[in-house]
Write a protein that binds this ligand. Structure first.
Ligand SMILES: Nc1ncnc2c1ncn2[C@@H]1O[C@H](COP(=O)(O)OP(=O)(O)OP(=O)(O)O)[C@@H](O)[C@H]1O
Length: 223
């Protein structure tokens, strides 16, 4: 369960303010986050993942009040509970598909890279239909295939919360639906909460709920 109450956030020297009186996402719920450009969709995901810290209010996720965590505890929360699929994929061009999927295990000493993880990486790649590219460099595969690599990477540690920031942005309509469906299917299979940002209304029909962030967003005068 993710619970926000009286949450306020702003960036330094920016007129943007996010103000959320109350917002709840249940365990295993599948929600889409919508709203015009600049209204705070990415900011919301970054708050849930602990990358950003609210100025005021409460944000409880997986039973943890994120405000009470120090930097290393916040990082541990992010690594153990949250999978993040970024809009720009954030893959490393000179590594191959397999290495990119395993990347969190190379950079986080708290994640144990054992045979079970490697087996799961292969199974995920097969289910995402990218197993035939396992040894291909990232810069030699298509945009849609790259996005599937990014999803495998986010899913590999079996996160309770899967955050996807406009994961279908640069894709054609068929691939957009495919990526959405793969995210929904895997989140359902692992009982994960899925929160996906999208600008595309045609993708909303398969989600349990849509959250429009525009109502939480305000602009204030800055000096
Ligand atoms: N690091 C930052 N410093 C200052 N202002 C920022 C920073 N990051 C984002 N903003 C501002 O905060 C507001 C919300 O940004 P955010 O990226 O959350 O919006 P968004 O709804 O995800 O937008 P888009 O749909 O265009 O991706 C914007 O006005 C943006 O310019």
């Amino acid at each position: 369960m993710i619970q926000m109450q009286q949450l306020k956030f702003s960036y330094p020297q920016s007129p943007f303010r996010l103000s959320i009186p109350e917002l709840e996402v249940k365990d295993a719920e599948k929600v889409a986050v919508v709203g015009p450009s600049g209204c705070g969709k990415t900011t919301l995901l970054n708050l849930i993942s602990g990358i950003l810290i609210p100025e005021q209010g409460t944000l409880i996720s997986c039973g943890i009040d994120l405000k009470t965590l120090n930097d290393s505890q916040r990082r541990a929360y992010r690594i153990s509970k949250v999978g993040f699929v970024f809009q720009e994929f954030e893959l490393i061009d000179y590594l191959n598909v397999y290495e990119n999927i395993l990347l969190p295990y190379f950079i986080n000493s708290t994640l144990q890279l054992d045979e079970g993880v490697q087996q799961r990486a292969r199974e995920l790649a097969t289910s995402m239909q990218i197993d035939s590219y396992f040894n291909s460099r990232i810069d030699r595969i298509s945009q849609g295939e790259r996005q599937r690599v990014a999803i495998c990477r986010a899913l590999l540690p079996q996160p309770q919360i899967l955050l996807a920031d406009e994961p279908t942005g640069n894709l054609d309509p068929t691939n957009k639906r495919l990526i959405r469906d793969l995210l929904l299917e895997h989140a359902t299979k692992t009982n994960a909460t899925l929160i996906m940002v999208t600008h595309d209304d045609r993708l909303l029909d398969q989600f349990e709920r849509t959250i429009d962030i525009e109502r939480f967003h305000e602009m204030v005068e800055t000096a």
